[in-house]
Design a protein around this ligand. Structure first.
Ligand SMILES: [Zn+2]
Length: 261
């Protein structure tokens, strides 16, 4: 839990420095009092300030943190991030629940599936790049911001390599298709497989060797589960620039969307 607090800029101090495995206190990110109490053994936190009284575990902490900043995120902030990140619309960012933490100048990215609680909360500071770092100590799940519950998934699921490609193509995806993204080309975990049971799958991975290897892996894992599998085969002679640096060749869906729009 200390790792998670540190990732989310909550500075916790041991109540008794000679017993660092017991209790910590921190400034509560919700009310600003110094009464946030953390029980390391039980992995629980609670704010002792009566008017705040928030409490919970890892998942309630990231869910509450996200909600706090989401409520304060404005249309102008989405527009500004959209301008910085070619190929991504402000509407897609808003629909995916991106939230801007003005205190630490970073964007928070919620990961959620069927539960009312987030299963992870990613973060990135655009000044330092657009890699979305995930909260430590929590398992990586499929990213599915537009279809959180299994029941919301359509018969055809497009699988992207990473969050940005999913968000880039989202405004162009017709009715009847759902989109999810895997954490990386070769990161296809066993627990992802049931989601694709009986569904038509389209793999839209990158135009590079990792993308090809990722497709091979996903096909092997989904072959006996999916109703059908198609994948994007990039024509080798089809050239387009990188969305962030026009001197470099493009290699993914976001580069392509930015190039065509
Ligand atoms: Zn509090």
């Amino acid at each position: 839990v200390l790792e998670l607090l540190n990732f989310h800029k909550i500075d916790a101090q041991p109540v008794n420095p000679s017993k660092p495995n017991e209790n910590y206190t921190a400034e509560c990110p919700f009310c600003g009092s110094l009464k946030m109490h953390i029980n390391i053994e039980k992995q629980l936190w609670d704010c002792k300030k009566g008017s705040c009284g928030k409490f919970g575990n890892h998942l309630t902490l990231i869910t509450e943190l996200h909600r706090k900043w989401l409520d304060l995120t404005t249309a102008e902030m989405y527009e500004s991030l959209s301008q910085e990140r070619s190929g991504i619309t402000a509407t897609a960012l808003q629909e995916a629940g991106f939230a801007y933490d003005t205190l630490h100048h970073r964007w928070l990215v919620p990961y959620q599936n069927g539960s009312e609680y987030l299963n992870n909360l990613g973060a990135f500071n655009p000044k330092a790049g657009f890699t979305i770092f995930k909260s430590p100590g929590l398992p990586l799940k499929l990213y599915r911001p537009m279809n959180k519950a299994d029941a919301d998934l359509e018969d055809t699921i497009i699988v992207f390599e990473g969050e940005w490609d999913l968000l880039a193509l989202h405004p162009h995806i017709p009715e009847g298709y759902s989109s999810v993204s895997v954490p990386g080309a070769l990161t296809f975990k066993q627990e992802f497989i049931p989601v694709f049971q009986g569904r038509h799958v389209i793999l839209a991975y990158d135009k590079d060797d990792a993308g090809k290897a990722g497709i091979a892996k996903a096909v092997r894992l989904l072959n006996h589960v999916a109703e059908s599998i198609q994948y994007l085969q990039w024509p080798e002679d089809f050239k387009f620039p990188d969305a962030g640096n026009s001197d470099k060749p493009g290699k993914d869906i976001r580069d392509l969307v930015a190039h065509l729009s």
